[in-house]
Structures are given as C-alpha cells and as structure tokens.
Design a binder for this molecule. Sequence first.
Ligand SMILES: NC(=O)c1ccc[n+]([C@@H]2O[C@H](COP(=O)([O-])OP(=O)(O)OC[C@H]3O[C@@H](n4cnc5c(N)ncnc54)[C@H](O)[C@@H]3O)[C@@H](O)[C@H]2O)c1
Length: 324
Amino acid sequence: MRIGVAGVGRIGTMHAANLNALPQVDEVLLYDPVPGRAELAATEPATRAVPELDDLLKESDGVLVATPTDTHPTLVRACLAAGTPVLCEKPIAAHVDAMTELIEEVEAATVPVLVGFQRRFDPAMVDLRRRITSGELGAVYHVRATGFDANPPDFAYLPTSGGIFRDLLIHDLDAVPWLVNEPVVEVYASGSVQVNEAFARADDVDNAVVLLKFAGGAHAVLSGGRHDPLGYDHRIEVLAARDSVAIGLDPRTPLNAESHNHDAYPGFPDRFRHAYRNEMVVFTEVVAGRAENPSPARDSLVSLRLAEACERSRRTGRPVRSEL
Ligand SMILES: NC(=O)c1ccc[n+]([C@@H]2O[C@H](COP(=O)([O-])OP(=O)(O)OC[C@H]3O[C@@H](n4cnc5c(N)ncnc54)[C@H](O)[C@@H]3O)[C@@H](O)[C@H]2O)c1
C-alpha cells in the first residue's frame, strides 16, 4: 500500500515516520509546496518526495492531509474527486457553515474521510469507550477532563487560532461526548487571562473551565490552560456506577515537582504517541476496507458547535441550551 502525506510540517513529519514504520505500508509519498521541504523529510528508504499534489493523488491508495487548517476543505475535495480515502488533520474546516457544506459532499461521495482527533485512536480511550457503550461500567455519573499545555503557542498565532475552545479544548469537546455517547443538552464556560496579556489582546483567554450536561444527567467538567510549569497534562477520568477509570494518570503526569524531575510529558507527540501510531494503523485498515471509520467528518460538527457554544457562554456569562 502507498500512502501520501500532504504537508510535511510539525505533525505531517511525525505521521510520515509512523506510517513508514508499518509493515503494510510499502511506500510513503510526501508533498509540500515549500521548495525542498518534502525532499528534506524523505530520509527513510521507503519515503519519496513528489513534485506536485496531482502526483500524490494519482499514486496514493490513501492521503493524509497535514496542512494548515484553511487548506483542508480544498485538499479533502481534491481527494474526493480522485476517489482517494483521506485522513485529514482536525479541524476539517474552520467554521460551522464551511464544515457543514464539506460534510454534505463527503457523505455524497463513497470515499472514507477520517478526522485526526487522536484521542479516538488512543488504545486506552478506545477500550474505555467500549466499556461504557457495552454497559460494562454502568451509568456514567461524571467525567473530568484536564487539558493543560506546558507552554503557550507563539503569540503571533493567537489571532488566527479561533480561541481556546476551538484550538485547545476542542480535543476534549470531541472526546468526552464520544466517550459518554449521549447528546450534550447544556454548556456553561468561563475563562480568564492569567498567563499573558497577549491572550487579552487577541480577545481570547488562557485558562478556561467548561461544564457539559448530558441528556442522561451525567456532567463533565473540562479544564484547560496554556501554561503548566511542570509539563503537558492531558488526561480524562470517568466515574461510573461500577468503576472509576483514569487515562493519562501515570508516573509521567506532571503533577508535582518530583514527577517533573522524572521525565514528565513535554508535549502532545510524546503524551499521545500510542494514539498517533494507532491512528495510522486504523487509517491503513480503513484504506484496505477492513475497518470502520472511527472519526467520521460529521462528528466534527458536534465538537465545533460545542466550542462555539462555549465561546458564547464565556462572553455572556450564561449557560447555552440548544440543539447540541
Ligand atoms: N491532532 C493533533 O494533535 C494536531 C497537532 C498539531 C497540529 N494539528 C493540525 O495539523 C495541521 C497542521 O499543523 P502543523 O502544526 O503541522 O502545521 P505546520 O505549519 O508545521 O505544517 C504545515 C505544512 O503544510 C504545508 N502546506 C501548506 N499548504 C499546503 C498545501 N496546499 N499542500 C500541501 N502542503 C501544504 C506547509 O508548507 C507546511 O510544511 C493543522 O490543521 C493543525 O490544526 C493537529
């Protein structure tokens, strides 16, 4: 099997290396419009740079899109037109209207489109979801999700980031409803600027809390922020009628200075390495027609709508109840 990677920046390079390590992948093709970038990344023997996007589309059995967000709809449409299965990094489109339009096209085509929300591919999360949806855990009472980055992003990126809910908390706004497997009926969000005034200048916040209420009565509390002095702390805990499960709570969780001294997670590539590796395994299985798509395009609308509701709630100070 041949897999093409469009965009070999930060995350595309990591995905290409993970694809290259899979026995079912014979060759990884790389395309990037920045001259020399794909060639520079094509270091492994089974990796080859191609000069044009069309070459990637013609030669690949599946294409991974790891380009800036504003290019995603165009590249996904190019894959649909070529009849090539695609895994597109999140989000597949930046706004609800553009995403809705794209999803309609995706669903009218017969080509699988997976969205790169890596928590859906994390073996521990997949197992937790199985235990919840099969009834093994009993009723879910409460979910706690923690999402603190070690350091803020480049301040120049803030005005284009979409804000803390669309940019940082979006992963948990996708993963938590996916785990609980019920509609969210109410959202309340609050935020503040404590890390750096650059967030206020970008009309954003750098620390936030979200309360989600599910149709069955369960609550989830999501907390997140742009600076954790001890490292990258992203975990999810579920309390249910028969068991309580914590994911991401291990000796590398940056909870105190002692764990920091002992190799705390520095960032997402390390904390989610099993998820990213499995994401490539599942993608190749979907390309081969042997697996269902665990992260379909339509599900992305749920997290984006929730992120927009969070933004409304934090600005008005009121809960948002709607067709979420
Ligand atoms: N799932 C995750 O954990 C995660 C983490 C980081 C980034 N992302 C997402 O991945 C995407 C890329 O982020 P990044 O940090 O790797 O960005 P990046 O800027 O480091 O890399 C993007 C690359 O795409 C190339 N590019 C631009 N236009 C292109 C086009 N039309 N065709 C092919 N290549 C093109 C650029 O030259 C660059 O090399 C973003 O949408 C981001 O939201 C997801």
